[in-house]
Design a protein around this ligand. Structure first.
Ligand SMILES: Nc1ncnc2c1ncn2[C@@H]1O[C@H](COP(=O)(O)OP(=O)(O)O)[C@@H](O)[C@H]1O
Ligand SMILES: [Mg+2]
Length: 250
């Protein structure tokens, strides 16, 4: 379970998160929606431990551990994975090496043996099928020359290989065509289960229709101002955020 209490965070001395409260029980998928600039990416960066953000108040615990006391790699070893809104290119590092290193580092941290080359290859092939990626992708350098849609699908592929227990997906659906959107949803649905939780940050109801969340939260001005079931996403899609702003101000 992820528990965020009264979280305040700054970037460059400017307060962006102003008291976020959010609890995600293990096994549940929660969506976070909200206008541009409301703090969604800030929240995901703070959960995964981006060093540019300063937490000034509040707490984040994950399965009882104080996340704010942990380095980003320790959070990854604890099963947390973030899919970036803008995936980075890593020239010189192939997908295979990147994923094998990441996976075996976590296995080592959890006292497991590294996967053998053939076990790893088998795993890669199996997961590539789910995201409908050609096998040549694994020998290419991370995200280099990938199209926007391929980068996003690649984020989902990484999730499937690394099998996090908590995934934070920051606008993984933005800019995708219908087929890529379906593939992203398929990847999320493959992960669904009693040991997996996810935060899906999105502007669109469409992904949530295909990968149904347990709850939808609205982040506005650095706070969660409204929560509801999947129908809330539909309502936001139709009505926008003005009515929520009015509700929040009254
Ligand atoms: N490095 C930075 N320096 C100053 N302000 C920043 C920086 N990064 C983000 N912000 C500001 O923080 C606010 C929240 O940004 P962000 O978390 O990216 O919002 P969202 O993901 O909801 O669109 C925005 O007003 C943005 O301009
Ligand atoms: Mg963002």
């Amino acid at each position: 379970m992820l528990e965020i209490k009264n979280l305040h965070a700054n970037i460059d001395g400017k307060e962006i998160l102003k008291g976020v409260n959010l609890t995600i029980p293990t096994g549940e998928i929660h969506a976070i929606m909200g206008p541009n600039g409301s703090g969604k990416s800030t929240l995901s960066n703070v959960i995964t431990g981006h060093p540019a953000y300063e937490v000034t108040q509040g707490s984040i615990t994950y399965n009882g551990k104080d996340l704010l006391e942990m380095e980003p790699y320790e959070r990854a070893h604890a099963g947390i994975l973030m899919s970036f809104q803008y995936p980075v290119e890593i020239p010189g590092v192939t997908m295979v090496n990147f994923l094998r290193t990441a996976l075996n580092a976590r296995r080592a941290a959890q006292g497991q043996q590294p996967l053998s080359a053939s076990e790893f290859l088998k795993l890669i092939r199996e997961k590539q099928k789910i995201v409908e990626m050609a096998s040549e992708f694994s020998s290419r350098h991370v995200n280099v020359g990938f199209s926007g849609g391929e980068k996003k699908r690649n984020e989902i592929f990484q999730m499937l290989v690394l099998q996090p227990t908590l995934a934070v997906l920051d606008e993984t659906d933005s800019g995708l065509d219908v087929d890529a959107l379906r593939i992203v949803a398929q990847g999320i649905n493959t992960m669904r289960g009693k040991d997996f939780s996810a935060i899906i940050i999105t502007h669109y109801q469409r992904l949530l229709e295909l990968a149904k969340p347990n709850y939808v939260h609205v982040l506005l001005g650095g706070k969660i101002v409204k929560s509801g079931g999947p129908d809330l996403a539909l309502e936001l899609d139709k009505k926008g955020y003005d009515w929520i702003k009015e509700e929040a101000e009254s």
